[in-house]
Design a protein around this ligand. Sequence first.
Ligand code: PLP
Length: 400
Amino acid sequence: MELLSRTLARVKPSPTIAVTTKAQELKAAGRDVIGLGAGEPDFDTPQNIKDAAVAAIAAGKTKYTAVDGIPELKQAICAKLKRDNSLEYTPSQISVSSGGKQVLYNALMATMNPGEEVIIPAPYWVSYPDMVLLAGGTPVAVEAGIEQAFKMTAEQLEAAITPNTKWLIFNSPSNPTGAGYSWDELKALTDVLLRHPHVWVMTDDMYEHLAYDDFKFCTPAEVEPALYDRTLTVNGVSKAYAMTGWRIGYAAGPEKLIGAMRKIQSQSTSNPCTISQWAAVEALNGTQDYIAPNNEMFVRRRNLVVEALNAIEGVICPVPEGAFYVYPSIAGLIGKTSAAGTLIENDETFATALLEETGVAVVFGAAFGLSPNFRVSYATSDENLIEACKRITAFCADLT
Ligand code: PLP
């Protein structure tokens, strides 16, 4: 009998974590490495949030809590959804987990059956297809390339829906492209869903607050209230509040689904970290004043990177609406050879050669389901970004 489960053979480890680990290894070995792979803000968790955690520890709030979140946090989430998204939820419709990642995983584990499909616009966050596979379902990728600004069209969604479609996973602003759907673009998609009452929407709003220029974030249940009863709105504190390590994510949706997710969590991890939950209460209820200055910094960095990459012959880098990623195309570089003699056959060989020859770590596009591209996370210092862009430019200029 095989030790490992057959399900496990269908999934791969997270490639973004693999790139970060490789970059850390090279750094530990003394190489001068600039990591543009990690998907987390480079600034510290705001002080008021840290203080709330320290106060929770001092007050002895260090025991088990209700499986899917303390009432105070569920209240704060309901208030946030009303304030930011005009959505009405009660605490019984809220689930809190150890990160948005666990929320999405619970939802898929709670709903998928063999043969059922999940529509995932590509490029996508690396974990969606593998989570669907782990849950026993079938991911259906729909390619939304650079020529359509990395956004799925209504026609594509219509064509991808079958009687077996259970979910559409929607993510705006997106990881890995930063593309954000306007109200009208999203309405075109929700209009399609109205015609297919068996399809649910899992919307991953993790980058809601990282929205730039005149882009206005919107979410499916807000754009089309008639979808409220079949929408799971997923969000978290990791990105906007620089709380990636605290591991708090949440979802709002129909009670039946929230109850099923609670059942899974009750038999796996139980409650998310009690202290982190109290910190998240402060993140959501406390001042939001640092979000705007942080966004100004991100816009400056985004512009810096986009400008530098677009100046490279063979690279095309669209300007994204949000998040902290750019996803340039390197179609013009495929088939060339690097200074050290590596043939750039695809985006994976490009990223590997770039790391080995220049010490710049990026994630190759195939990991996100759309090639030939690479993802840059610009959530790092201007100094790092300027030096990294200089090295990428020199690497590309040396390709023959
Ligand atoms: N969704 C997207 C699109 C992400 O990029 C991430 C993190 O990288 C997550 C969900 C998970 O975030 P967390 O589990 O830290 O809340």
